[in-house]
Ligand binder design. Sequence first.
Ligand code: HEM
Ligand code: HEM
Length: 382
Amino acid sequence: MNDAHPRSRAFQIFSRLVVFVAVLLIWWGAATTTKQAGMVFADWPLSLGSFNPPGWLDYMVPFLEHSHRLLAKLVGVLVLILFSWAYVRSGKQALEVVLLVLVLVVTLGVFIAAGDERFDAGRKQMFLTVALGLALLPIGWLLWSWKARSWTLVEKLTALALLMVTTQAIFGGLRVTEISDVFAVIHGCFAQAFFCVLILIAMASGGGWENTGFTGSVDRLRLTKIAGTIFTGLIFLQLILGAKMRHFHRSGVPDDDLFRTQGQWIPGFEDPIIAVLFLHKFTAVCVLLFALGIAIRLFTGRKQSDGRDFRLMALIVGLILFQIVLGLSVIGTEKSFWVTNVHVLNGLSILALAFVFAVRAWRGRYVESGLANPSSGVTLKA
Ligand code: HEM
Ligand code: HEM
């Protein structure tokens, strides 16, 4: 992987700004879902055919949905700037950027036309087929460039982020125009994956990227790599379960039993929502035990590293405990607006930190026996 990238402080600050605005956007999306404002406007990309639909500033529900759309447009523009900046700065042809953007705009346009077509199923299908065909162009371009061209990691990731933000807008739009809960779940989960890519861009464009990896013995790094990867996957699974429950059961919580589900430790699986609620609770326990296990293992073997891996995992354990309290409170308060939104946002933080843990493990550096770590003064033994 070619990491060499002409780093600039301004680019790094900008990439962090994009992360910050994306957090706001995800919170806004979560608030839209919690207030059941998702279908307040049945059209897309405009709301009631306007950038400024009547009364959207006067009532909470249209305000949430419309401002979520506006914020999403802002994030789209910010990501486009990020990509163009990374790409053009490294001396590549600006023409290619223009062509890519054109293809993305036309693809979006055909998806919008498919969404607008409500009466003629044949025409809708035709638009969808053309749009999917067009979407293959940028995806193919990215795959080919990723493999065949000597791009830096930041160039690859900003291009990926641009395609992801466009895809996310399409998922959001289809959720509305197709009145689809399935697209709502995909939209909710894809947002979290997109956020991880933004975090990686901010990490890779900073001056500290070279030293971001954990340092430790061979065994320790192997452990952190495997554990970090499985752990990130487990958290993502938990998010999918949460999103499924959230979008397929909108009024209140499916069951008010805090620890058990419908009065049983293992409920019947006939009702899919009850099954998902039980699995979400069960996975929460697995996630907690897994993270605790890693943290204890890293702590007992702390002489084999500089301790940064342990500190990060300890923070994650703390956030998971908080998340479980929030999850119980979501049920206890019958989905209070703030509690539910903080539960979603804290879930995002756990995913992001698990992902950062895995990245730092994969970028880890083996340390020879007896080397002292200058930052902590701890003697490392391989
Ligand atoms: C560009 C980036 C975008 C991001 C990162 C994003 C993120 C999110 C998130 C995290 C949620 C909450 C999902 C949940 O709680 O499970 C959400 C909800 C929603 N988003 Fe977006 N969104 C984006 C763009 C859009 C666009 C362009 C639209 C266009 C209409 C849109 C429409 C919606 C709707 C309708 C909901 C509510 C879904 C429901 O209640 O079922 N989003 N969004
Ligand atoms: C590691 C622990 C946990 C994580 C990472 C987590 C994460 C999440 C996330 C991200 C969502 C929203 C998904 C989305 O729409 O995008 C969610 C929903 C939910 N979670 Fe959790 N959760 C955890 C533990 C718990 C626990 C222990 C409970 C209850 C005992 C719980 C109850 C709920 C409920 C009821 C919802 C649906 C809320 C709604 O319908 O609006 N969660 N969870």
